[in-house]
Design a protein around this ligand. Structure first.
Ligand code: SF4
Length: 349
């Protein structure tokens, strides 16, 4: 009996239309596409490229520099997830700052910071709050809790991004993209209406996809079939409801408001970020105005990789000066970065 995945692969392999480029804008999809070797299963006429879907990768250098600066302030500790630790700033990474006397600790869950703040009330903690619509509700819950408990020693350096304005920017500036895999996790929170609207405005198909090989291939095949149509299909209905998650949305709206945000490789996009509302600004750790994006290694091509303008392998530093052990840019550090995945999963395939 033919398996559904074989049927999809067979239809994809018969594609003989004009060359098309399809973009995923979700770090987990980037990771799974590489892990399953999906690029190598597609015919030459269908190219998958990775967009700005990795939260650490799109975070600008000025943000890393601010973390480094904060780690050197008296009586202050920066708290961060692991990936951000090794992202190069303009002069050093947080991990290098720590090695030379800065105060920084790595956590696996943001809630660990609440515990630290309760246990050491005389010490200041700053959490590196990067991410998209998926992590914003977690930060919102922490900040609400901190306010309820009256914690005064905890702040957030926020660099939270929202995807729709960035996708509009890509549609305006990168005309050679013929369809998008809409981010499944983000859509689970926000719902699909924004993406439906963008599809209609630009006449580009969007398909909401899950993360298994079968789900990704089915979504890619749907994008191929929908070429030239401004329509959205939801191929992940077990997780993504059209209206999203209203409880998570209302938690985010209570604590954050929309703002402009700087994206690596793109610059500032109005309405593409979240900042603390006035009522919660006491928890902000000087998050405004972090736009500068000049990394330590000026030859790093992360900005172009993030827009799908070049493949990671086309960067002259890929696999030589830049490897996961010696990352020169954020895209090689992050477990959701495309350079990292081209290096760890796709080389030699
Ligand atoms: S291979 Fe390294 S230097 Fe090149 S774009 Fe990727 S992260 Fe930057």
């Amino acid at each position: 009996m033919t398996r559904p995945i074989d049927h999809v692969l067979s239809r994809l392999s018969q594609y003989d239309g004009a060359p098309i480029r399809l973009m995923e804008v979700c770090g987990t999809q980037t990771a799974e596409i590489s892990r399953h070797g999906i690029r190598h299963l597609l015919p030459p006429g269908i190219q998958m490229i990775s967009g700005p879907g990795c939260p650490v990768c799109v975070t600008v250098t000025a943000y890393v520099d601010r973390l480094v600066w904060l780690s050197r302030q008296e009586n202050t500790t920066v708290v961060s997830f692991g990936d951000l630790f090794r992202v190069p700033g303009s002069r050093e990474s947080l991990s290098e700052a720590k090695a030379s006397g800065g105060h920084a600790v790595m956590v696996y869950a943001p809630s660990q910071m609440l515990t630290m703040a309760r246990q050491q009330p005389d010490h200041q903690f700053v959490f590196a709050a990067v991410g998209f619509e998926t992590t914003a509700p977690i930060y919102a819950g922490m900040i609400r809790r901190a306010k309820e408990e009256g914690l005064q020693n905890l702040k957030f350096l926020t660099s939270l991004k929202t995807m729709p304005a960035a996708l509009r920017w890509i549609c305006d500036h990168e005309p050679d993209i013929h369809g998008f895999l809409a981010p499944g996790h983000v859509c689970a929170v926000t719902g699909i209406q924004d993406y439906k609207q963008i599809a209609k405005e630009y006449g580009i198909p969007f398909v909401v996809s899950g993360f298994s090989a079968q789900e990704l291939l089915a979504a890619i095949y749907a994008l191929v079939c929908l070429q030239g149509k401004g329509e959205l299909r939801n191929f992940y209905p077990s997780v993504v409801r059209p209206e999203g998650n209203p409880m998570a949305q209302s938690a985010v709206q209570e604590i954050f408001e929309p703002c402009g945000a700087a994206w690596r490789g793109i610059g500032r996009i109005e309405g593409s970020g979240l900042r603390l509302r006035e009522e919660y600004r006491e928890f902000d750790a000087l998050s405004d105005g972090l736009d500068e994006d000049v990394g330590k290694n000026q030859h790093c091509q992360c900005a172009r990789v993030l827009l799908g303008e070049i493949l990671p392998t086309e960067c002259p530093l890929f696999g030589t000066a830049c490897t996961p052990a010696t990352p020169q840019g954020a895209c090689m550090v992050s477990a959701e970065g495309s350079c990292f995945h081209y290096y760890t999963s796709e080389r030699g395939r």
